[in-house]
Write a protein that binds this ligand. Structure first.
Ligand SMILES: Nc1ncnc2c1ncn2[C@@H]1O[C@H](COP(=O)(O)OP(=O)(O)OP(=O)(O)O)[C@@H](O)[C@H]1O
Ligand SMILES: [Mg+2]
Length: 219
């Protein structure tokens, strides 16, 4: 369960807050999609949920964990165990190949699961790229590696920032089906930011971010 209660966030030098008294509740295993104009604060919201940044006011709890984390070490432990983040900019490790990029978090935790990793890679259509270095991948290939990496350690919460933003329509359908169905089968909560109506409609709850708040209807 994610419980966000009346959070606000204003960046220094900005005229107005990006998020303004925003609240959101998502039950375990459910999914929420967030749409909104460029610059409306979608990535900022994900960053606050992941604890990379803190709100100026309001509170965020994820399961029994209340943010902010008590230390950077506890934040790391929580993220490695509970959280999968698909960054808008992928953040792959360029010098590692596809397999090692995906396995990275599991290796840190000492619990790699090769067969589950292969299962995810097959669903996302990237098995053939296993040995390719990340710096030789296309944007859409990097995106699918980033999705695999976020799911392979079976997190309880996945934050996906435009996970199909770089994919053609057919691949986007395949990838969004895989993302939602893998989360459902793990009972993982999914927060997905997207500009795609098709991807957004697959969520159990649909929201639009506007003027710093979430709305259940488009403008
Ligand atoms: N670290 C930062 N410092 C200052 N301003 C920031 C910072 N990060 C984001 N912003 C500003 O906050 C606003 C929201 O940015 P954010 O990245 O959350 O938008 P977004 O909805 O994800 O947009 P997009 O759809 O283009 O990805 C923008 O005006 C942006 O310039
Ligand atoms: Mg963004």
């Amino acid at each position: 369960m994610i419980n966000i209660n009346a959070i606000s966030k204003r960046y220094s030098h900005a005229d107005a807050p990006v998020l303004n008294n925003l609240s959101l509740t998502v039950s375990d295993g459910n999914s929420v999609s967030i749409r909104g104009a460029s610059g409306s604060g979608k990535s900022t919201l994900l960053s606050l949920i992941a604890g990379f940044e803190s709100p100026d006011s309001g509170s965020i709890t994820i399961g029994s964990q209340t943010l902010p984390f008590s230390s950077e070490k506890n934040a790391d432990i929580f993220r490695r165990r509970e959280l999968g983040v698909i960054f808008q900019s992928y953040n792959l490790i360029e010098c590692l190949n596809v397999w090692d990029n995906i396995a990275f978090t599991c290796r840190l935790k000492g619990n790699s699961d090769d067969s589950y990793q292969l299962h995810i890679m097959a669903l996302l259509g990237i098995t053939h790229l296993k040995n390719k270095p990340a710096h030789q991948l296309s944007g859409g290939e990097q995106q699918r590696v980033a999705i695999s990496r976020a799911l392979v350690h079976k997190p309880t919460l996945v934050l996906a920032d435009e996970p199909t933003g770089n994919l053609d329509e057919d691949t986007s359908d395949t990838v969004s089906d895989a993302l939602y169905s893998l989360c459902r089968s793990l009972d993982t909560t999914l927060v997905v930011v997207t500009h795609s109506e098709d991807v957004a409609r697959m969520a159990t709850q649909q929201c639009w971010l506007r003027h710093g708040q979430l709305h259940s209807e488009p403008a």
